[in-house]
Design a protein around this ligand. Structure first.
Ligand SMILES: *Cc1c(COP(=O)(O)O)cnc(C)c1O
Length: 824
């Protein structure tokens, strides 16, 4: 955003008190990091439980300087750099500001509405976008409410070629206000769920309300097979461009055949007189529908704007990752197969899981273990009646139901072979393994029921040590650092060494979705892995070795060049590949004395590069030695000055001022705002660790399970070399994680403790290669229970201290054989 408080006051019909000052973002949640930024406008909204006005004093103390308040708020004595915009109704004012931002959008604006799948369709439209040369803006998360849409608009990018928003409503009257703000050119209607929700008298009324969104749109995208939706749209908007998909004759994108196997869904479709074949990487009905909506959107966009993006979108389908294909499948006891989905328990994910189970099981017996479900908008009776009918139509043979709610609804499950249990514990106590022999078993339920205990009971060979990676938290950390940057400063995400141990493609894909400008990896093969995983963002290779040059050119990876030999060899390789102006990144040595050109080499470097057609300098950079150490700040300042003069000599010498300059790593960003130049390189801060910012979110947790328990008398010894000597009768648990997994052996003999429930269980004796022992005396724990080795940044920092090392080493030591599990 590029606006001032004075302009905002005018747009919203408010009065300005204090300075007419620049505003570059808007916040409404006092807990968000951006709320304390001096250039963020905090809008004090009055919610049902919180009133933003109550937080203004705290925010002022934390550094916030611009506020929008309502008339009832008594203004404080203003500091000279403060501004207050006073309006009648802060929500309405925010929405007027949003509508103004909308009027600045130059490209096409799309909105997605419907009961289910809105966020996914929006995210998939983004994932299928294939155009590095023009910009795409997608509203964050499921920001689809009166407030969410308004805030999304304040974040939007006026120059984006396409902006996509999501519109959600819960009562009549709301859609008109969303339409005022978004004013979409194209509306995508996903589907209208069965439930009409508490605030609508019928489905028709709800549908009518949703369609208000399209009143001024040029085109509407919808499914022709959903009769009620299709006929309402066709009647009301006959004069618009209508783009439908489905099996029905007359659909603009018509499904000619659809088949599924374990690789996914194979589709043959026809649109605009041409036929296409593609395989979608999932098999559940909901995902297929959502993808067809996203694809149809592109076909419609081509019609409305004359672009040719549909074919590119089709080519990008392989990049999508779906929830359904991530459902874990394990070999179970008694020759069973277990499908584990114990994280969600709403109806739509239940439907996906049932679909998946039926496909896998074919004619084999199907068993469902289901806990109480969570779903808003339904009464208990409606919810379980629906669940029962879904199971019947999926041909489920047996149901084991767990929880007081579902047990109270017993009568609704008549006709199914079902057993009911009040708690997970009761179920486990009465469970007979033989009852699932040769069956396919779906384990499905709310997290609070801890159904993983059931899974552990019935699954074989479970991979029990995992590193959980919270990608949502990582993106928060990205935004937190971005907020520290001057306008226009680009960011490189450091994903070397498997993203500091957090994973490869998954991490990069999450950052690419947030439009990171560059990635940097250590070696060419790390970059190749990212390209093969579909990453399109430019990638810098830091330790670029001549043996990897050919592969780098083949995969479009850009080398760091740090001496003349490497420069010559790289130019040769570029000529061999018959390309020119290949982007390279020049490294300067400003004090690390590791790699890089020195000040006395710059003149020769300029001479060498001046007429070199093979390569083009894209950026020039150097690296801080001590940006986290205040004692060395003088040295750091000298590095900044040296880099500034060296990079100017290169840019002036080559007469090219588009060469990007970058110097700061995470702590440089946090401590030396004067060293941002044109770009920064963000590493550890992304992964949630910094002593200088206290609201980063933790990204990684390392967990395992208890595989065995021994009761040992006083005087026994545990482990190699008998280092664990028990001074009293003890209960010792074995955990399948050892130094080969990255649990450093220096943590042996009580230097570190695992968390078991809320209790601390110290490591006993020496850590083995693949296992270790912990003391759980007095802790109620059973085989199969989860133990936590570290849970987030604080633990990681503490472990590094115990080991006399730095968090970087703790994280990168976690072995690739530890499975990474991603959350978003
Ligand atoms: C690893 C690395 C970084 C990132 O450092 P952090 O301290 O993790 O932010 C930046 N630049 C270079 C050249 C690096 O090798």
């Amino acid at each position: 955003m590029n606006i001032t408080t004075g302009e905002i006051a005018q747009i919203c019909g408010g009065a300005l008190y204090g300075q007419d000052a620049a505003v570059n973002s808007v916040s409404f949640d006092s807990r968000s990091a951006s709320a304390c930024e001096p250039t963020s406008l905090f809008v004090a909204l009055c919610g049902q439980t919180r009133d933003g006005h109550d937080y203004i004093e705290t925010l002022r103390q934390a550094g916030a300087r611009r506020f929008m308040v309502n008339r009832r708020y008594k203004l404080p004595t203003l500091g000279k750099d403060e501004s207050f915009i006073v309006v009648e109704d802060t929500l309405k004012a925010l929405q007027s500001l949003a509508a103004h931002q909308r009027s600045l959008l130059e490209g096409c604006v799309a909105a997605v509405t419907g009961s289910n799948g809105k966020t996914i369709v929006k995210e998939w439209i983004a994932a299928l976008w294939d155009d590095a040369s023009s910009r795409l803006f997608v509203s964050p998360k499921s920001y689809n409410s009166q407030i969410g849409v308004a805030v999304s608009l304040t974040m939007s990018d006026p120059e984006a070629s396409l902006s996509v928003f999501e519109a959600g409503i819960s009562q009549t009257g709301e859609m008109a206000r969303l339409r005022e703000m978004i004013d979409p050119d194209i509306v995508v209607v996903t589907n209208i769920g069965d439930a009409h929700g508490a605030n609508f008298s019928s489905r028709a009324e709800k549908l009518g309300e949703k369609l208000i969104l399209a009143e001024r749109a040029k085109a509407v995208v919808y499914c022709r097979d959903m009769e009620e939706v299709a006929s309402a749209i066709e009647k009301r908007y006959a004069y618009k461009k209508l783009f439908s998909w489905g099996y029905s004759a007359g659909a603009s994108l018509r499904i000619k055949s659809l088949s599924r196997d374990s690789k996914g869904t194979h589709l043959r479709i026809e649109t605009g007189g041409r036929e296409f074949e593609t395989t979608l990487p999932f098999i559940d009905k909901a995902s297929v529908e959502n993808l067809l909506s996203a694809l149809s959107f592109y076909a419609c966009l081509d019609k409305v704007t004359g672009s040719a993006r549909f074919i590119d979108a089709l080519g990008n389908i392989g990049k999508l990752r779906s929830v359904a294909m991530r459902l874990e499948q394990h070999q179970g006891v008694c020759n069973s197969v277990i499908v584990n989905d114990s994280y969600n328990s709403d109806l739509s994910s239940f439907s996906i899981a049932l679909d998946y189970l039926s496909l896998l099981a074919a004619s084999a017996r199907k068993v469902v273990i289901l806990s109480d479900m969570a779903q808003s908008g339904y009464t208990r009776k409606e919810l379980y009646a629906k669940a029962a009918s879904m199971m019947k139509s999926s041909g489920i043979d047996t149901l084991h139901a767990i929880g007081p709610d579902i047990t109270a609804s017993k009568s609704l499950f008549e006709g199914l072979d079902a057993t009911f249990h009040n708690s997970t514990q009761d179920f486990i106590a009465s469970f007979d393994r033989e009852s699932i022999r040769d069956s396919y078993v779906l384990v499905k339920g709310s997290r609070s029921f801890a159904l993983e205990r059931v899974s552990r009971l019935i699954e074989l060979h479970r991979h029990s040590t995992v590193m959980e990676v919270d990608l949502g938290a990582m993106c928060h950390n990205l935004n937190r650092h971005r907020a520290l940057l001057r306008d226009g400063v680009k960011s490189v995400a450091m994903v070397k060494a498997r993203s500091y141990g957090h994973g490869d493609v998954e991490v990069a894909a999450a950052l690419e979705k947030r439009h990171i400008d560059y990635f940097a990896v250590a070696y060419a093969d790390e970059g190749v892995l990212l390209r093969e995983g579909g990453i399109k963002t430019p990638i810098i290779v830091l330790n670029s070795e001549p043996s990897g040059f050919a592969a780098m050119i083949e995969y479009g990876l850009e080398p760091e060049i740090y001496d003349f030999d490497a420069l010559d060899l790289f130019c040769d390789e570029v000529r061999r590949a018959a390309v020119s102006s290949y982007p390279i990144h020049i490294k300067f040595d400003t004090g690390m004395h590791r790699l890089g050109f020195t000040p006395d080499e710059i003149d020769s470097l300029v001479a060498r590069l001046k007429d070199e057609r093979a390569v083009k300098v894209r950026s020039v950079f150097s690296h801080f030695t001590s940006s986290d150490t205040p004692e060395d700040d003088e040295f750091t300042h000298r590095q900044i000055e040296l880099f500034s003069s060296m990079s100017s000599r290169l840019r002036d010498g080559l007469g090219d001022h588009t060469i990007l300059r970058h110097l700061s790593n995470t702590w440089g960003i946090e401590r030396f705002p004067e060293a941002q130049f044109d770009m920064v390189r963000l590493g550890l801060g992304l992964y949630g660790i910094s002593p200088f910012i206290d609201d980063l979110r933790s990204v990684a947790a390392l967990k395992s399970t208890i595989s065995h328990i021994s009761h040992l008398p006083a005087g026994s010894t545990v482990g190699y070399n008998r280092r664990g000597v028990l001074s009293k009768d003890s209960v010792i648990a074995t955990v399948p994680i050892g130094y080969a997994d990255g649990l450093r052996r220096a943590l042996s003999c009580g230097k570190w403790s695992f968390k078991v429930g809320d209790a601390e269980a110290p490591i006993v004796g020496n850590i083995c290669m693949d296992a270790c022992m912990i003391d759980i005396t007095g802790i109620p724990a059973a085989v199969g229970d989860t133990v936590t080795i570290f849970d987030g940044s604080e633990d990681i920092v503490r472990m590094a201290e115990v080991l006399g090392t730095i968090p970087y080493e703790v994280l990168t030591s976690i072995s690739p054989r530890v499975k990474r599990v991603y959350f978003d």
